[in-house]
Design a protein around this ligand. Sequence first.
Ligand code: BGC
Length: 449
Amino acid sequence: MLLLEKFLNKNVVLIIYIVVFCRTNAVNGDNDEFYHGKFPENFVWGAATASQRTKYLGCVYTQKGIGHVVNDETGDVACDSYHKYEEDVKLLKNLKVNHYRFSISWSRILPKGTLEVINKNGVVYYNNLINALMKEGITPIVTLYHWDLPQALQEGRMAQQFYQRSLRGVCAVKFWITLNEPYVVSYHGHEIGAMAPGIKGNGDKIYIAAHTLIKSHANAYRIYEREFKNKQNGIIGITLNVHWQVAKNPFSPADVKAADTATQFQYGWFAHPVFINGSSDFIGINFYTSGSTWLKVTPTAIRKMIKWTKDYLGPNVPIYITENGVSDRNGTLQDSHRIYYYNLYINEVLKAIRLGGCDVRGYMAWSLMDNFEWARGYSERFGLHYVDFNDPKRPRTPKKSVDFYSKLISNNGFVHNKSNGVLSQGLDKHHIVFLVLVILVNSVIMFSF
Ligand code: BGC
């Protein structure tokens, strides 16, 4: 008894440390250690692009002389994927991805923005791309609307029938995303006017735009459900963007609530009506918190956001990370910063699955190649491949990150690498050495009296 008392007295610091350490971990679910392990079988590994950025034709918002885009650049040729799609499929194959997410440029298919004129070449192009992908075993994921809208639709002509008709024209694609980031279209496009269509509102247009987008999503979902789902056995969902909001003071309930409210305003605004009505087969998340003025690298945020999604939408909604990536301004081929970024972010996604029990089914890197970054033109580069926009042939060159990402995909996860020194999930090498030392010192002291 005396010995036990002595032991407890001498080890009081250690005991407090263990209790506090374990409690913090349990409360936050935090684990800053690198996690070695595999993703589930059949995990969707992808790379993403969007039409205007890779193969556009001419855009009202980004035309020359208007001053909407950095350096007055345009997306008229962009990466020229229209002519180079076969090469792009090879890049994807080499990257080892099993999925490719791209969007349809409706202006290419409906040059007048209405169904009266259909550009057959545009249809042939998309068919060719889809067939070339499938031939290589790469599943196409098609986004119906990634921010480029035929001008006639923007002006209100035939907008309602747009999605309905466009969906009916479809083919072998079995993985659909209706809208990309309706929040950005509503807020940046119809309130502050910083992105296409560049409308400045007074707190009114933003809500009209959001409402229209939500309804268009629902329409497209129901059509697919009625007419294609059983035949195709496919899935259709929506992609939302969200930033992880951190309470200024995590111990203040009001601040915690404020952070949650901010998430609701950005994410819940769209997720709530869509999921409460069961009109999405999955949730697609575009996650950026990281070169550019608007990005910061905070990898654990993606795991917290995934957990938030699971808690909010319920455990049965499959989650796909439909975009995640980091940019720079020089497009260096030695992009160690990008490797660093992907390594940590993708590891957090793995932790969300393995430690957090979240049903994440896929991850898509943004972007397959440098492209036309909207209002930032070609000044900002997110690509796994470098594109030389000064060369009319738009040559692509793999960056160092291609090697990293393709190895990660081949391993379907992170294989153990001794140099990382991970000993167990909860406690790392330093903690273990520290605890052993404390026990030793305490025991020596205890038995020397
Ligand atoms: C958009 C992409 C864009 C990326 C980086 C995302 O929010 O969906 O189209 O390229 O941000 O700017």
